[in-house]
Design a protein around this ligand. Structure first.
Ligand code: FAD
Length: 386
């Protein structure tokens, strides 16, 4: 069957879904809350099943054109001197050949270019109500229109409105991993930070990383432990980050001084979404809305693209049976998404250890990573071939 689909969200999951459904002969309408494409973001490693899907969907060349080179990883002490460095060749070997480093916003840009002429995208619009029966799903939008379709895809991220409207309140599905994340882009590297490198300091349950993304720009990346994520969220990045990093040395004061000038700051609790079934009737969730694996696992973009590709394939295979397609799609994808969620939960304790002994233990395999047998072991442990 081919029909009409409403896709909520023009992120990586939503735009990939629109592209794949369009290629399968569907007519998607994309509804996005933001007034335009959100170009902002952080650098991600794009690999695994999403890389293969991107190749099938014809967007791999575009992604490769925008890829940023792998960088050295430099671990610093609070005074800024180097503790140890992992050369980029080792980083590349760890990531494997079918993998690229790219800004999140650039993945969206490539997808947007691939769909913009072929798919209607309504910006500054959100869903207000959803009704469905055996024949169709009806969505009332904030622009006052009511749109009827054969399928509604909720690709509206971690705080999905589609999930809230159809599946239930967010708290039911939220699993906190006890950390906050903040990211913003800066013009120019802070003083003394190495070029062409990702430099980081972890101390007292907090990590600050400076990721050089080329063209003189870098991403400042904050990740810290907390047992009160809601209070941190209520305070917002402008109060929470300076408080959490108050006595951190290195470039923390210089980076924090630029926080108020940043174009946009991504700030959120690191939490997964555990949703027992990803579809209800003709409504399906995809991407972070359905399974958010978190940055600890690091495969969110990849799962979003692969999920879209497999969804298109399932709809092609099942003809008129939309529910059958959604259920076989979920059966195929769920084991992989759950493996990545487990990986995220395993890795969280290693991310910003509060105690120096754990930090030393965490860093030990990284220091040894330059040795080929260790690289091989790490690849298997971190599911980097996944
Ligand atoms: C710091 C960080 C580092 C990461 N590193 C990696 C990595 O190395 N590798 C990797 O693969 N992944 C990584 N990820 C994860 C990855 O970025 C996400 O999993 C991926 O972008 C998910 O995309 P999405 O489209 O599901 O959600 P989102 O990117 O959140 O997109 C949702 C879209 O829906 C829109 N929207 C939201 N609400 C509404 C509404 N009510 N109505 C209409 N539109 C709405 C939003 O504006 C947005 O455009 C990282 C994530 C973070 C935070």
């Amino acid at each position: 069957m081919t029909g009409k689909a409403i896709v909520i969200g023009a992120g990586i999951a939503g735009l990939s879904t629109a592209l794949r459904l369009r290629d399968a002969g569907w007519e998607p309408l994309v509804v996005e809350r933001a007034p335009s494409l959100r170009d902002s973001g952080y650098a991600v490693v794009f690999s695994g099943i999403g890389y293969d899907a991107a190749e099938r969907m014809g967007i791999l060349a575009g992604l490769r054109d925008r890829a940023i080179p792998a960088t050295d990883l430099v671990y610093v002490k609070p005074d800024g001197s180097t503790r140890f460095r992992i050369p980029r060749d080792t980083v590349r070997a760890l990531q494997g050949e079918r993998s690229l480093n790219i800004l999140r916003g650039d993945i969206e840009r490539v997808l947007y270019e691939a769909v913009r002429e072929r798919v209607e995208i309504r910006f500054s619009t959100t869903p207000r109500a959803v009704e469905q029966d055996d024949e169709a799903v009806k969505v009332t939008l904030s622009d006052g229109t009511v749109v009827e379709a054969d399928l509604l895809v909720g690709a509206d991220g971690l705080h999905s409105a589609t999930r809230e409207l159809v599946f239930g309140r967010e708290e039911k599905f939220r699993r906190d991993l006890g950390h906050m994340v903040g990211v913003f882009m800066m013009e120019g590297l802070p003083g003394g930070v190495a070029e062409d490198a990702t430099s980081s300091l972890t101390v007292g349950g907090r990590t600050l990383a400076i990721v050089h993304v080329g063209d003189g720009r870098c991403a400042a990346f904050f990740g810290y432990r907390t047992d009160r994520p809601d209070a941190e969220l209520a305070d917002g990045a402008s109060r929470a980050l300076p408080r959490a990093y108050a006595n951190m040395r290195w470039v923390a004061p210089e980076v924090l001084a630029q926080l108020s000038e940043a174009d946009s700051v991504y700030f959120d609790a690191i939490s997964q979404r555990i949703v027992d079934r990803w579809s209800r009737g003709r409504v399906v969730l995809i991407g972070d809305a359905a399974w958010c694996v978190t940055l600890f696992a690091g495969f969110g973009s990849s799962l979003a693209v692969a999920g879209a590709d497999l969804l298109g394939e399932a709809l092609e295979r099942h003809g008129d049976d939309v529910r059958g397609a959604l259920s076989s799609w979920e059966q195929r994808l769920r084991p992989e998404a759950e493996r990545k969620q487990q990986l995220g939960r395993r890795v969280k304790g290693l991310y910003a250890p509060a105690d120096p002994v754990r930090l030393w233990l965490r860093d030990l395999p990284l220091r040894m990573a330059a040795l080929p047998p260790v690289t091989h072991l790490l690849k298997r442990r971190l599911q980097l071939k996944g």
